[in-house]
Design a protein around this ligand. Structure first.
Ligand code: SAM
Length: 307
């Protein structure tokens, strides 16, 4: 009897898919695909941190392009610290100190001589870092009524750092509903007088020569400081506490940090931490292969320790 030649049939393919060999091939292919795609996405350290690691020449252009947000602008040439206050006054306040003729007549009657309230604003971390870094310039991101800024100014004065300037980036809007707890911060025609009360606190504390407001959103304020070549030895982050805000602030802040500077912030260990601050800090450190230290409720990323 002549054996009939079997033609390949679709069902053979289906049968094959049910075999152990097919299963093993499938597992191997899936693993290989995962392996190669992970390899493809592995990034070299970001240019921002590379600049921090390698640059010891503070007079050259600060190479701090950022890749996380596809922002391509570069920071301006580094300003010498002694020009920073003048530059901020010129660029933001048209050449006149905001403290000149302060307070304006329409606001004076609403201000209290000193109305200060902060959160973790007197933690030991401030003294520890200021003693160690001896900052010439500090940028605080999130200032509110100035508790931590004024505390830092007191510390720098006590430690003999008379030249230190503190720039306070805050939109001075607080947050929706904040006046439920701060009714005494006046609201005039829908405009909350938070910046004026902050400035009044600074004046009453005797620090108008060393603390300046930068009254913008953290995003636009930090972009401009970077563009003008303003850098800081210490940058403190304490503005929005959700992940997106903290993540954006950290990634922008690192661009204005001087080589060897220190980045730190509040709410790593507080009730607010899991709103996103700790996750943002940890992710940033992981991506850039940095070490997060803690000091009380604060996190500290010390660029001196960069690999
Ligand atoms: C927790 S308070 C800062 C407290 C201050 N560091 C202290 O300890 O005294 C947060 C501040 O961040 C400001 N803020 C929050 N998100 C901001 C943003 N996107 N741009 C500018 N300021 C912001 C708020 O206006 C508020 O004054």
């Amino acid at each position: 009897m002549r054996e009939e030649r079997r033609l390949p049939h679709k069902r053979d393919g289906l049968q094959f898919l049910k075999t152990k060999t097919a299963y093993v091939i499938f597992v191997v292919l899936t693993y290989a695909f995962g392996y190669f795609s992970a390899y493809y996405y592995l990034q070299p350290p970001s240019p921002a941190t590379t600049a921090l690691r390698t640059s010891d020449d503070t007079t050259k252009t600060h190479d701090c392009s950022i890749d996380n947000f596809r922002i391509t602008t570069r920071c301006g040439d580094l300003l010498p610290p002694e020009l920073i206050r003048r530059t901020v006054i010129d660029r933001i306040f048209n050449g006149t100190s905001p403290y000149t003729d302060f307070p304006p007549p329409h606001a004076g009657k609403f201000l209290r001589r000193k109305r200060i309230k902060g959160w973790g604003s007197y933690g030991l971390v401030f003294e520890n870092l200021i003693r160690r870094v001896k900052p010439r310039t500090i940028v605080e991101i999130g200032t509110f009524l100035g508790a931590s800024a004024i505390h830092m100014a007191n510390l720098t004065r006590r430690l003999g750092l008379e030249e230190t300037q503190i720039l306070c980036v805050d939109d001075f809007r607080g947050w929706p509903g904040f006046r439920d707890r701060f009714k005494d911060v006046a609201l005039v025609n829908g405009d909350v007088l938070l910046m004026y009360q902050f400035m009044q606190n600074v004046v009453s504390s005797g620090f108008s020569g060393s603390i300046l407001p930068v009254p913008f959103s953290t995003g636009s304020g930090l972009e401009k400081l970077c563009e003008w070549g303003v850098t800081a030895d210490l940058v403190e982050i304490d503005a929005g506490h959700d992940f997106n805000s903290a993540w954006a602030d950290i990634n922008r802040a690192v661009r204005i940090l001087r080589p060897g500077g220190v980045l730190f912030g509040h709410d790593y260990f507080t009730a607010a931490d899991n709103r996103g601050v700790r996750r943002a800090v940890n992710l940033f450190a992981e991506i850039n292969r940095l070490k997060v230290k803690t000091d009380g409720q604060h996190w500290v990323i010390d660029s001196i320790n960069l690999i």
